[in-house]
Design a protein around this ligand. Structure first.
Ligand code: AHR
Length: 497
């Protein structure tokens, strides 16, 4: 199998927004309790936050962390989570059939983001919550002081405002599973009033309105059109969500990027249709604020309890490769996808896994996420690519290998992310750094293996792990690499003076 990729400095897709490397922590399963917070664990700091988890999050260089949900959001009263801990109510979280102790609320989560070098992507409840609750939360978080809610924040230990810039207005409101689920017009009108009220409280914030829960919903993309028509003046982003799972055909699963690409294009078209309809100069950007591999159809009945073990995926190498294809697709749409949240971050469909009273470890998807987060910053270029196709049952003939190229002018580096989705053939690939002058490859890592079902476990934390590959010489701006069958590759070039 063959591919060639010609990279031209001037062919720019766009600047990558740091927020493309964001994630998500919901009050769900063991994401919060025994995930980020476990006062009894010897690994925890004086505030009860697990230091091992903090270190692993830092290594990922996560930008925003969406909080507190997710489906949880739609039955959550943020006022339950502030003030003295012993006075906070214990509630039923009906979204996930869980006991919510409210030991962690917005103040503690803010402290955690300071420790991890991340920022909160806030979210307001549009299910059981009112627009008043939404505006009050913005006042609590962002108003400097001298008002009821801002003074309460100060009394609760935070003199300085949190200055949370990005806010999701509800979550997946067209999903029948969502508490307070509504039709597009009802949501659009409420979201518009909430966003307006929140912006009247702090005009510097940016808002994300709910798109349809996912592309397979019957309501998609008509829901998105209606919501945007209702919210255009006060919305900055529309959210989209997509999870993929292997339904038994590895080739279709590895081709998930193709489906994701199509979803993004349709969502952009929907935004631009409403822009045209409104005769507006304003462009709405996409917040892909939930993306990952997730085996959703597992039944996980459990009693009412705090922090149940639910949605705890153990990712295989094959999952990580598919995930890499999704990451490449996000990068290649960096001109319109300005926020993307790997859902989620700890224990719940997550790259980081903890054991209570023990340590934490990386899951297979940790590696491709870390690669794009560390080396995917700069300008995405739009190279000329020729690649042999492969036939998939679901999507027909599509390229067997996919690429994203990022030019970091400041560091004088070009990074090529490459996924060979063929399970049977290596891909002979020519990389042509057309007009970058004198360059040299200085880094090449590969994630692959004979057993695509391999999974990292507590006992075998190296079961899936990238390896360094031998550096290849660049001659006359060109170099030839062999991308192993079913492999994720990160190849970096230094531009020499
Ligand atoms: O991330 C898990 C769940 O998936 C979220 O709570 C919800 O928004 C989505 O359906």
């Amino acid at each position: 199998m063959k591919a060639s990729i010609a990279i031209v400095k001037e062919f720019e897709t766009g600047e990558v927004d740091d927020n493309l490397f964001s994630s998500f922590v919901e009050h769900l399963g063991r994401a919060i309790y025994t995930g980020i917070y476990e006062p009894e664990n010897p690994c925890s700091d004086k505030d009860g936050f697990r230091k091992d988890v903090i270190d692993l999050v830092k290594e990922l260089k996560v930008s925003l962390v969406r909080y507190p949900g997710g489906n949880f959001l739609s039955n959550y009263n943020w006022k339950d989570g502030i003030g003295p801990r012993d006075k906070r109510p214990v509630r039923l979280d009906r979204a996930w059939h869980t006991i919510e102790p409210n030991e962690i609320g917005i103040d503690e989560f803010y402290d955690w983001t300071k420790k991890t070098g991340t920022q909160i992507l806030g979210a307001v409840n549009m299910g059981t919550g009112s627009i008043q609750d939404a505006a009050d939360l913005v006042e609590y978080c962002n108003f400097p002081g001298g008002t009821y809610w801002s003074d309460l924040r100060i009394k609760n230990g935070h003199k300085e405002p949190f200055n949370i810039k990005y806010w999701c207005i509800g979550n997946e409101m067209d999903g029948p599973w969502q508490i307070g689920h509504m039709d597009a017009l009802t949501y659009g009108r409420k979201a518009n009033e909430a966003a307006k009220f929140m912006k009247f409280t702090d005009e510097s914030i940016k808002t994300v309105v709910c798109g349809s829960a996912t592309s397979s919903m019957k309501t998609y993309p008509e829901w998105d059109r209606i919501v945007l028509e209702e919210t255009y003046d006060f919305a900055d982003y529309i959210s989209i969500h997509r999870y993929f799972e292997n339904k038994g055909n590895d080739d279709d699963f590895l081709a998930s990027w193709w489906n994701m690409d199509d979803f993004i294009k349709t969502s952009i078209a929907t935004c631009d249709y409403v822009k045209a309809l409104k005769r507006s100069n304003k462009t709405i950007y996409l917040s892909f604020d939930e993306w990952n591999v997730w085996y959703q159809n597992k039944k996980e009945p459990h009693p009412w309890e705090k922090a149940p073990r639910i949605l705890e995926e153990h990712y295989s190498l094959l999952d990580a490769l598919t995930f890499g294809g999704m990451a490449i697709t996000l990068l290649n749409h960096c001109d319109r996808v300005k926020v993307a949240c790997l859902a989620q971050l700890i224990n719940v469909i997550a790259p980081i896994f903890t054991e209570p009273n023990k340590g934490a470890y990386k899951q297979a998807i940790y590696y491709p996420f870390q690669d794009v987060s560390l080396f995917g910053r700069g300008k995405v270029l739009n190279p000329v690519i020729h690649c042999d196709n492969k036939v998939t049952e679901k999507y027909g003939e599509i390229p067997a290998a996919i690429f994203s190229t990022v030019y970091n002018e400041e560091k004088e580096e070009v990074t090529v992310f490459a996924l060979n989705t063929s399970k049977s053939e290596n891909c002979q690939t020519e990389i042509n750094l057309w007009n970058f002058g004198n360059t040299e490859m200085f880094y090449w890592t590969e994630l692959s293996g004979d057993d695509l079902g391999a999974r990292i476990t507590w006992e075998n934390q190296k079961a899936v792990c990238p390896v360094n590959k031998e550096i290849v010489r660049v001659e006359n701006c060109k170099c030839k690499v062999e991308l192993k069958k079913a492999s994720w590759n990160v190849i970096r070039f230094k531009i020499k003076k």
